[in-house]
Design a protein. Structure first.
Length: 614
């Protein structure tokens, strides 16, 4: 089973990393904070022991901690070899806000030991729970008989016709024709529907409209996505439409607006919560008593527990009763808070980035499914090569698109890019079906500017270098040239205009080592000081779902063999080039890149624009 191959591969990789990788390396990768300071501890509204943790150094490094991820405390022992001693328990991230994290820990640990510890760190732990949840979901799907789950399973993996309701189309004058058609297709579908949203085509707008309209027909829907960030995004848009959303789990951006629709915050805002808190405190005090024996102790404990459970159930029932949308990640939909809940419709956003097994976790609770995403953009992250070659990266959404092209609604009008930037992506990935909205077709920053440029770096005389296992490649001369190119472009636009109009820039590289090197260079350059807030430097994955006025892409690869590594996954490149609204500058070694037909075609297309614009 492919998922098992990935599971054992990741588990083994984690074991090796834990045993052999130095603490500083983990910190640099964003997988650890060290040293940390432990702040206060308290019981949260879900009655879990929560502990505050503060990062004290390396605060500029982007980390990979987010809600729900398992973590482990460790101590670095002074002396020879600086041995690492791991705690015997795992904790779970509750939320992260800048350099402050809150984790939940087992009830029986002594928090004071953490508060007093020196040379204490926190690192990501292997995510056993997510895999177990996916294995369990697949097991149930395979064993399903004579029920809705079995029906959907058999339907998804065959070319069997789907059923539809028939009614006259509804009008949505504020949507474009392809968006309007997609919403109507969702409303008519009985079993499954796919909203295929290429870059800039308003997939979220369409999905929010489809959910909003579905709620005129159903009392409650389940909305899921692969990542916490995607769940936050769609939840926020629904809240803006006045929909009562209940978010299971904590958001990635910790602000009052986002927190206000989380289960945890709503739970503790309930009028009955102070009473529940007092009972829980009484239970803890009773447990702490020296004399625990005797009938009165047990009777008192049982009475308090029973009263607490009664209030918990009442608050929980009210929160779920009021909510119109329940929102969580795919794995988060297995949360015990959702036990026994059933939904007529499930919406899965970012479905093209989700493992097939993960999608089945919430499908078990639902009668029909609406997938939204773009299988021509970033795929799921697969770490094991045999699992990837075996087809683990193929998503459920992709299977349905192949088996049932008639259930796919393609959004065809994009509102982000200048026509010249958009055209190559449309022709290569979407059969030329995506068109530009009139208001963005000719958008640009400078008069007579070519929207798309390729700067050939083959003549700078420096090749790529390999940096550490899985950390990737770096091309220092290309990084210098990337920033010089940006500096020249900024000089042409002028400082006043950049700051007044807040012209923003994204610098993208597929390799993390190049990203970190570019970040360090920008920090050192006085020229970029006034523009720091307007410049984002990140990997392709870090830019998914985002856009900028100006995008520069540093391709890094430069070698005699024409090796381009994972740049062969063209979906990554599709994401990179479609982040730009008005100007796209690609920096890459022409002789290395053009051995691949896609990059050859891209280079020729860009050169053609130069000729065309002169």
């Amino acid at each position: 089973m492919l998922l098992e191959i990935e599971y054992y591969f990741e588990k083994e990789a984690f074991r090796k990393q834990t045993e052999t990788m130095g603490v500083q390396r983990k910190v640099k990768r964003g997988d650890a904070w060290f040293p940390v300071k432990v702040g206060k501890s308290y019981y949260n509204s879900l009655n879990q022991l929560a502990v505050e943790v503060f990062r004290t150094t390396d605060q500029d490094i982007e980390h990979n901690f987010e809600f729900g991820r398992p973590v482990c405390f460790f101590k670095v022992k002074e002396g020879e070899g600086k041995a690492i001693q791991y705690a015997s328990y795992t904790a779970t991230v509750s939320f992260v806000d800048g350099d402050r994290m809150v984790v939940t820990v087992p009830d029986n640990i002594h928090v004071i030991d953490l508060q007093d510890a020196s040379q204490l760190g926190l690192q990501l732990f292997f995510d056993e729970t997510s895999y177990r949840t996916m294995f369990d979901a697949l097991d149930r799907v395979m064993k399903a008989k004579n029920n809705r789950l079995a029906y959907l399973r058999d339907l998804f993996y065959s070319s069997k016709k789907v059923e539809r309701f028939s009614f006259d189309p509804m009008r949505f004058p504020w949507l474009n024709p392809s968006q309007e058609k997609a919403v109507n297709d969702v409303l008519r579908s009985k079993d499954v529907m796919v909203v295929h949203g290429p870059p800039g085509t308003g997939k979220t707008t369409t999905l929010v409209e489809a959910i909003y309209e579905t709620l005129h027909r159903e009392s409650q829907v389940l909305v899921c996505a692969q990542s916490n960030m995607a769940v936050d995004w769609i939840s926020e848009k629904l809240v803006d439409r006045g929909v009562n959303v209940l978010r299971i789990g904590n958001p990635t951006r910790v602000n009052d607006k986002m927190l206000s629709f989380t289960y945890e915050r709503r739970f503790e805002s309930h009028p009955d919560y102070p009473q529940l808190w007092a009972i829980r405190k009484a239970i803890r005090d009773l447990r702490g008593q020296k004399k625990r024996g005797g009938e009165s102790y047990h009777q008192k404990m049982e009475r308090l527990k029973s009263r607490a459970t009664e209030i918990e159930i009442r608050i929980h029932t009210e929160l779920f009763g009021e909510a119109r949308v329940i929102a969580s990640t795919l794995v988060g939909s297995a949360n015990r808070l959702l036990e026994g809940q059933k939904f007529a419709t499930l919406f899965i956003d970012e479905a093209a980035q989700a493992l097939e097994a993960a999608c089945w976790i919430p499908i078990r609770r639902c009668s029909r499914v609406v997938f939204a995403g773009d299988h021509q953009q970033l795929p799921p992250t697969i770490k094991s090569l045999p699992a990837l070659k075996g087809g683990l990266g193929k998503t459920l959404m992709e299977r349905i698109v192949e088996n049932k092209p008639d259930v796919v609604a393609l959004l065809k009008e994009q509102y982000r890019m200048n026509e010249d930037i958009m055209r190559f992506s449309s022709d290569w990935f979407y059969d030329g079906k995506v068109e530009s909205a009139p208001q963005v077709k000719y958008r640009g920053i400078l008069d007579y500017d070519t929207p798309m440029v390729w700067i050939d770096t083959s003549e700078i005389g420096e090749r790529e270098q390999f940096v550490g296992e899985s950390f990737g490649r770096i091309n220092k001369a290309e990084a210098e040239l990337t920033l010089k190119t940006l500096q020249d472009y900024f000089t042409k636009i002028g400082k006043t205009r950049i700051l007044e109009e807040q012209i923003d820039v994204g610098v993208i590289s597929p390799y993390r080592a190049q990203v970190q090197y570019l970040r360090s260079l920008v920090k050192k350059r006085d020229f970029f000081k006034p523009y720091r807030r307007l410049i984002t430097i990140n990997t392709v994955d870090g830019f998914q779902g985002q856009e900028r006025d100006v995008i520069l892409i540093s391709l890094v690869r430069s070698n005699d063999e024409g090796q381009i590594g994972f740049l062969r996954d063209l979906r990554r490149m599709n994401v990179a080039i479609t982040r730009a609204r008005m100007k796209l500058i690609i920096l890459g070694d022409k002789t290395t890149m053009m051995r691949h037909p896609f990059y050859k075609k891209l280079y020729e297309y860009v050169e053609g624009l130069k000729f065309y614009s002169t």
